[in-house]
Design a protein around this ligand. Sequence first.
Ligand code: GCO
Length: 481
Amino acid sequence: MDNNISRRALAPLMAGAGLAATAACGPMGTQQPASRQFPSGFKWGAATSAFQIEGALDVDGRGPSIWDVFGGNPAHIADGSNASVATDSYRRYMDDVALLDGAGFGAYRFSISWSRMLPEGAGAVNQKGLDYYRRLVDALLAKNIEPYATLFHWDLPQALFEKGGWASRDTPKRLADYSALVAHQLGDRLKNFIILNEAAVHTVVGHLLGTQAPGLKDGKLLGPVTHHQNLGQGLAIQALRAARGGLTIGTTMALAPSRAAGSVWDIMNILPARAFDALWNGAYLDPLLRGNYPWAAQLIVGPFVKDGDVAITRQPIDFLGVNYYSPTYIKFDKTNPSYIGPGLPPKGVELDAFGREIDPSGLGEMLTRLRDDYGNPHVLVTENGCSDPLSMKASAVPNDKFRIDYLRRHLEVVKLAMEKGSPIGGYFVWTLVDNWEWDQGFTAKFGLCAMDRKTGVRTTKASYAWMKTLVKTMRLPHAEV
Ligand code: GCO
């Protein structure tokens, strides 16, 4: 596969695309939902991840993760920054809780840093790390905000990476042990679990493109890293269920339609686009929901699938977390052994600041596939959002109309999908406060709130007020004219 495929990797191709993010965007023939009123009980929330917000990397006994190592090298990060402070949420978590509460959110998706709980990835628990998550969960519950904890959001303990990481069949077992530990220690108050975040991104961007941790560029890892995450997820679901009853368990995937680039005449792009779909979407959906791998993925993972494995990867879940940002465009590339190469979106389409096409219909397409092809699982949209125009300067855009427009248009698709029979129970905006965006450092700003990096003080943007009204009325407003 080409070394450039990923939604992030496409971004630099679109120099100047940041301007497009500020453009007003009308519905342009998009089908509208019959009613704009969301049902009572629909959950509204914001999503974050530990490494992007906590800071305090060497505080209170936390062990290093692969992101400490990769992100600690300024050459890997767009602005040379690191996550040692991030949004300082290890210390300022009450500020975050106050913002969630102020918006009226009923749910918060955060992730647990595996190496804060278990500095070596396995073995004895770090009591101070555990206490932090207890305090956070209790603070959320005190405000009637339901905690949703992701167990693995890309920050594998470095100690486990040194023992082979996801290329090793041991790491799935360690994920299961860690999951059981969290359920034992926090499960009296923390009830909602998301096992993995976007395994496809971690596989492709971390192990093939090398632009994210662990920074490897090795096509041979595609098979084992894909399969072992699926296997670990299955074992972790089993471990959580064995640890205690009454938990709500799901997992989160980066679902994106894989479209053939070019016009209908570019038929040679169709097969690589299908193959990419199998590697990006099917290689994670199918083992969990069907107990097998799609044919094209089978070629790659096959040698690593042992007898009995797919019985483990296939587990009943209470919800599927869907993260959606944009579709992917693929073209035939004869310079690649896989013939899969990154294509460009159609000319003239709207792009977000990441150079990603703004196309809510892609979300509708994936929700329809889940309904028609995957047994219509209960869905939570666990991430959706866009960045302010990328900037090396710390300034954010306070009057972020483009974000309001982006969120509204995606929520129209969510509502429409619900009307067409998809059981969608909630929506989490990515993200609460501008944070440390992986290899993009602080140049990207996805927050409903900005943050002064010198003082840590958070300031709400216009989109925060817009979400607050939406959460209160449960009614999706029409576009502002
Ligand atoms: C992801 C991650 C988030 C990102 C967000 C914006 O989806 O890649 O879950 O950590 O910050 O998507 O790119």
